[in-house]
Write a protein that binds this ligand. Structure first.
Ligand code: SMG
Ligand code: MG
Length: 368
């Protein structure tokens, strides 16, 4: 396939409800939609970099610059026999995985559409539906947290993740266990602790959590390995796993027993598949993370999460939890038993409502 043109759109959507993590509260999501035109078809990708460099060092304004000035010239006018060639074609640019992933994932969608197959087939997916979990942000009170957990369990989600930080950890988990019993429950600290907190973190052991996600620094592996030796709860790494090499190091040091895969963090689908395969070979389960994506990014996530080692429920919730309306119609739905169907149409297999995209677009740039 030959990539002839790239279009960038900076889009901003209000969130249905605020989302709070250990680094703050957000009310909006702003992201870049990338379209690639080639051979008479069009592929779509979503850049998950946020307004601020808090979850990751990338931002959407920075990603715009990187894509426009450095990545676009490396892919436009080039012919790729396979979308796996796109990430290596951008290797000259160091880092900037979220920017690269948006381009690479659009190329996968384009390739799947040109072959008239669902993206999952091209990626090597085998599952027809995937188990869905929810991520519940930090709330103003334990009462509010309880109400959210109730709503999501009633909606059918197959596991509950709650965000924690010092001061909102043991009390929140204890409340959920007391009120809701033995539900599949995990926590995500987004790097809010240090190794000096090993004792309070070990206090979570008695709650039988599925895992604790990224308790320590975003770029750390060694301290996580030390912590894993001191706590019974399985550590899952998110932020720290920014590459295949980082995943290899984390497994070699036994810094985690579970890995969260996000294609934005890893540089796209091809790199994600490599981490998935590495974990499968080592008996390490993976699950698909979320970055508050619109239906476009969410659809990509669903296709990737159809690979066989995604054995744990992912942060792939229904569109309506975040956007009303979403940029796709119909939105992503979750069944009463907490499953999401993998779209069967060509490419990402969802219908973008371009009028909604237009209305939410702040800036557009076409590059050819
Ligand atoms: O998309 O459902 C979602 C959000 C899942 O909690 C979620 N994501 O660290 O895993 C994580 C966070 C990152 C996004 S918040 C900035
Ligand atoms: Mg996380």
């Amino acid at each position: 396939m030959r990539i002839e043109r790239m279009t960038l759109r900076l889009v901003r959507l209000p969130l249905v409800a605020f989302f709070e993590t250990s680094f703050g509260r957000v009310y909006h999501r702003a992201f870049i939609l990338v379209t690639l035109d080639g051979d008479g078809a069009q592929g779509l990708g979503e850049c998950v970099a946020e307004v601020d460099p808090y979850y990751s060092s990338e931002t959407n304004v920075g990603a715009w610059h990187i894509i426009k000035d450095f990545l676009a010239p490396l892919v436009i006018g080039r012919t790729f026999a396979d979308p796996r060639e796109v990430f290596p074609a951008m290797a000259r640019v160091r880092g900037h995985h979220m920017a690269k992933a948006a381009v690479e994932m659009a190329a996968w969608d384009l390739a799947a559409r040109l072959r008239d197959v669902p993206l999952s087939r091209l990626l090597g997916g085998t599952l027809r539906e995937i188990p869905s979990g929810v991520s519940i942000g930090i709330q103003d009170s334990l009462e509010q947290l309880a109400a959210k957990v109730r709503t999501e369990l009633d909606a059918g989600y197959r596991r509950i993740k709650i965000k924690i930080k010092p001061g909102w950890d043991v009390s929140a988990v204890a409340m959920v266990r007391e009120r809701f019993g033995d539900i599949p429950l995990m926590v995500d600290a987004n790097a809010a602790y240090t190794l000096a907190d090993a004792e309070p973190l070990a206090a979570l052991d008695r709650f039988g959590l599925m895992m604790i996600e990224q308790p320590l620094e975003y770029d750390d592996v060694r301290d996580h390995a030390a912590l894993q030796r001191r706590i019974a709860t399985s550590i899952c790494l998110d932020e720290s796993i920014h590459s295949l090499r980082a995943a290899e190091e984390a497994l070699a040091l036994e810094a985690c027993r579970i890995i969260n895969i996000k294609p934005g963090r890893l540089g796209g689908h091809a790199q994600s598949i490599r981490v998935h395969d590495l974990c499968a070979a080592r008996g390490i389960p993976v699950w698909h993370g979320g970055m508050l994506e619109s239906g476009v990014g969410r659809a990509h996530n669903i296709h990737l999460a159809s690979l066989p080692n995604f054995t744990l429920p992912g942060d792939i919730a229904a569109s309506r939890r975040y956007f009303a309306p979403d940029l796709i119609e119909p939105g992503i739905e979750v069944s009463a038993n907490g499953m999401v169907a993998v779209p069967t149409g060509p490419g990402i297999g969802v219908a973008v409502d371009w009028d909604r995209v237009e209305a939410a677009t702040i800036e557009t740039l076409a590059i050819d």
